[in-house]
Design a protein around this ligand. Sequence first.
Ligand code: PRP
Ligand code: URA
Length: 207
Amino acid sequence: MSNVFESSHPLVAHKLTRMRDKDTNPKKFRELVREISTLLVYEATADLLTESLSVESPMGLAQGAELKEKIGLVPILRAALGMVEGIWELMPNAEVWHIGLYRDEETLQPVEYYNKLPVEPTVSVCMVLDPMLATGGSAVATVDIVKKWGVKKIKYVGIIGAPEGIAHMQEKHPDVAIYLGAVDEKLNDIGYIVPGLGDAGDRQFGT
Ligand code: PRP
Ligand code: URA
């Protein structure tokens, strides 16, 4: 699998195990979503462009850098909302453009219900966020929307991916790098990731 980055960081593995545990309550689960998202985005942003910047330290001139690219976070409602909270701690100036999609339970096809993107793109890099890459329908539809908006540099950041969803994304959007906390075994017959963590939205929002 080219262009797919599965984290091997011990902190990610530790937090993901706590998230999978069915006895982890919603409060703890939300904390873990925030924390693990920060770690995953740290890995996913390693190639962001910078430009040089000098600043005066109390001891003299320091040659440094500042981010050159304007970053947009694109959380897929509703399960990615908790991911934004964590990532904003690292990148407080990132714009957030929500996309509302839900999966039809019968067909597993994504249904769009919220999109307020302005006509012209306002950012140069978009990070599409969603904890679960299952069939990949939601991720593919969101990247379609972001590409149509006009953004060319797009990354996908998720917590768990199924091989089926990764293959779907790579077929439709081979240019989009996929960053995941773990690649799991498979989807079950109702489209849930196994072993996964259950329903990421329900577990965060206590529904
Ligand atoms: C979940 C999840 C993804 C989608 C993944 O959302 O958060 O958005 O399913 O499945 P896919 O890869 O097969 O498209 P859900 O439809 O349950 O909506 P919710 O976040 O509002 O609970
Ligand atoms: N959405 C979830 O929240 N969990 C899954 O396992 C699949 C889709």
